[in-house]
Each structure stands twice: as C-alpha cells, then as structure tokens.
Design a protein around this ligand. Structure first.
Ligand code: SDX
Length: 377
C-alpha cells in the first residue's frame, strides 16, 4: 500500500525543530521568557548588557561580572582600520542593512571567528554586539556629514548607540527608552533570522557567517523590516482622524498593515504592550504625541476589522523617530539588539550540534526520457 503523502508544514508553521534553553514564547497567553525571566521584569529592571549576559551565559551577571562585561564591550567597539576604510568606500545611498551585512561579513577577514562552543565563541558574540553600533554609526555619520565616531567606552550600549548615530549624548529618558527597546528585541526563539543563523551554524560554519545569514533574513519586510513601513504608514495617515479611512482602504485592497499579526502570538505581543507605553512617554517628553495617537487609532481599526494584534514592529519607530533616528536605521537597530540572541542560539547550536536539513515533498514530474538538444523545440 502506497505510503500516505507526508503533511507539508508550509513555513514550518508549528514545527518543533529543536530543544532550546534560551527563549520561551507562550503565544496563547502572550508571554515571552528569556532564560526563565519574564520580558516584563527584564524591561522594567534590567539593562541590555545584563540581558546579553543572561542570553549568552544562561544567568544574570552579578555586579562584578556586569562591570567587566561593560568594560569588555566598551573596549570592543573599535574596528580594524581596513574595515573602516571599506565602510567609508561604500555608497552613501546604500541600505544600512546591506552595510551591516557587508561589514559583518568583512570583519571576519580581519579577525578569528569561531565554529565551536566555548570562550572563543562567546568572545565573538561580545565582539559583534560591541561592533554593530560602530559599523552603523560610521556609516550614518559619513552620509549625514557628522564628525568621526570616538569609541566612548564609558557609555552604556544604549547611550553609545544614540551617540554613534546622532553625535550627541542621550537624555536619561532617551537612554532608558533605547535600552528597553534593545532588551525587547534581543531574542525571540526560532524567528526567521535566528533560524537562519542556526541553520548556518549547524553546518559548522563560523559565527560571523551565521550572523551574516541572520542579517540577510532580518532585512525582509515580513520580519525585521516591518518597523520602517509601520512609521511610513503613520506618516501617510498624518493625523489620528484619518486613520480609520486609510486603514480600511488598505484592508479592502488586501494589503498587509505592517506591525500587525504574528506567526506565534494569538494575542498582543507583550513587547508591543511595553513599547506602546514608551512611545507615549517619548511623545509626551518631546511634546508630540501624534505618532502615539495615530497608532492607537490604527490598532483599534485593525483589531476591529481583522481581529489582528500589534507586534513590536508597530511601535519601535514611534520611539526612535522623536529621538531623531532616521527610519532606515530602525531595522539595523533591531539587528544591533538581536545579534545578542542570534549569537546565543549559535553557541547553543555548537554545543549540541545537529545539521538542520528538513525535506521537501517533491511534486514535479518523474522518469522523463532524455531529449537531445537537436530534438528540443
Ligand atoms: C517580527 O517570528 C518572530 O518571532 C518575528 C519577530 C521577532 O521578534 O523576531 O516577532 C519580529 O518579524 C514581527 C512581525 C513583523 N512583520 C509584520 O508586521 C508584517 C505584517 N505581518 C504579516 O505579514 C504576518 O502577520 C506575519 C508574517 C507576521 C505572520 O504571518 P503568518 O503567520 O504567515 O500569517 P498569514 O500570512 O498566513 O496570515 C493569516 C491571515 C491572512 O488572511 P487571509 O488571507 O487568510 O484572509 O491574516 C492576514 C492574512 O492576510 N494577515 C494580515 C496581516 N497579517 C496577517 N492582514 C493584514 N495585515 C497584516 N499585518
């Protein structure tokens, strides 16, 4: 009797591909856990550096470990001269995500990159987490005509990111808002870009190649690229009273509203809930609540019309824009944070390696007779 055709899980939806100790998502209850800690506790109390330590080492750092990690990350912000020259040679109208992908790939040519668990791989994780803001800052400063970037090792990851991009010191509120955004974006189980990183690492390819794969995957508008399009929609709407009509028109044309829906969450993404409050606080502090108010209207219409909930990409731009961050840097900032999660998953893959290789159900023809080229039409 013929074997029943295997059920194809398009997009690997709900396929459990591996075991992990890094991140747990309860899509029904809208819970997100990093190494046992609820994202709401981490967003309320931790810094991005503490979360990076938690993801890599499996536990929160004590005060001495945190101070040592911050010092290492500060010292690792400087790039090799050859890489700085390469970044300076790139077209100023290049996509910042392409610059990030290119520079991470090139950085591997200047320094060792690991393909096995242990101190070397964690050093690579710290190196990339420290270097990505510098790569972005060098490129942004050149295209914006800002002065050369100094390492500023004394600054926190969030403050350094803002200084790198805008050449100014962050206010306390801006630094905390960016720090929370970095915490919220740091990991999310087997999302597309993390899965791309693990597939690459599972072949025993190196850490930098695995992160390069992840950056390529994150760029897509169905994944990390949605945040830029969400703010473009808010700009197109322009004022809260125009939201309903414009969103309904888009839905009638079966367009996707960026920042809504999620493969795993069946309720609101808990990160969206947290970021919405930061969007309100930043808007209030900057005296411009327009984005917050527009997105509130959009959220109500999309939920009423489609039953869809907001995901974190809906709000990140409404936190970054009032701070002065250009929208084509939103997804790169997602990468600046997620590199901590990507590298944690790469380390976990190296520790318990299994080549990731699903199969496809072949639906093409079989046993076709060979046709010499002279006889082909
Ligand atoms: C991230 O996976 C992760 O964890 C990712 C992430 C992370 O931290 O790494 O959380 C980050 O990528 C968040 C998602 C950012 N992307 C967007 O906001 C883009 C817009 N969202 C969608 O394209 C969509 O919701 C996905 C891609 C996020 C999820 O899509 P699924 O699970 O494949 O669902 P689907 O495309 O099959 O849609 C199911 C239905 C469809 O309706 P019908 O055609 O069956 O009538 O819901 C509709 C879709 O049309 N739908 C939407 C919609 N999302 C789904 N309709 C309008 N707007 C949307 N945003």
């Amino acid at each position: 009797m013929a074997e029943p055709a295997p059920r194809v899980q398009r997009g690997l939806e709900e396929v459990v591909a591996l075991e992990s100790r890094i991140c747990f998502i309860d899509g029904k209850l809208g819970r997100l856990i990093y190494r046992g800690y609820d994202i709401r506790d981490l967003a309320a109390n931790a810094t991005f550096e503490e979360v990076a330590h938690l993801l890599w080492y499996g536990r929160l750092p004590n005060a001495k470990e945190l101070a040592e990690l911050r010092a290492r990350l500060g010292a690792l912000r400087t790039l090799p001269d050859g890489l700085v020259r390469l970044i300076d040679s790139l077209p100023t109208d290049a996509s910042p995500m392409d610059v990030l992908r290119t520079a991470v790939s090139a950085l591997a040519l200047f320094e060792p990159t690991e393909t096995k668990p242990g101190a070397g791989a964690i050093a690579g994780a710290e190196r990339l987490t420290a270097a990505l803001p510098t790569i972005l800052g060098l490129f942004q400063r050149r295209r914006a005509g800002l002065p050369k970037l100094a390492p500023r090792p004394e600054l926190s990851a969030a403050a350094y990111l803002l200084y790198a991009l805008l050449n100014r010191d962050a206010s306390t509120l801006e630094e905390r808002a960016l720090d929370v955004a970095l915490i919220l974006h740091a990991d999310h189980e087997l999302n597309a870009s993390t899965f791309a990183a693990r597939v690459t690492a599972s072949t025993l390819s190196d850490l930098y190649s695995s992160v390069t794969s992840a950056i390529g995957a994150l760029k897509g508008p169905l994944h990390g690229g949605a945040n830029e399009r969400a703010i473009e929609l808010a700009d197109q709407i322009g004022s809260p009273d125009r939201a309903e009509a414009i969103v309904k028109e888009k839905l009638a044309r079966h367009e996707r509203i960026m920042g809504f829906g999620h493969r795993v969450y069946k309720v609101e993404d808990p990160r969206a809930t947290i970021l919405r409050e930061w969007s309100r606080q930043i808007g209030e502090a900057k005296g411009d609540l327009r984005y917050y108010q527009i997105l509130e209207q959009v959220r109500q219409v999309v939920h009423r019309e489609k039953g869809l909930y907001a995901n974190l990409d809906l709000y990140s731009g409404s936190v970054y824009t009032p701070i002065g961050i250009p929208k084509d840097l939103f997804t790169p900032i997602f990468a600046v944070s997620r590199v901590a999660g990507w590298t944690a998953h790469i380390l976990e893959e190296y520790e318990d390696l299994r080549l990731i290789r699903p199969t496809a159900q072949y639906i093409g023809p079989l046993d076709l007779p060979w046709v010499p080229i002279a006889k082909r039409s």
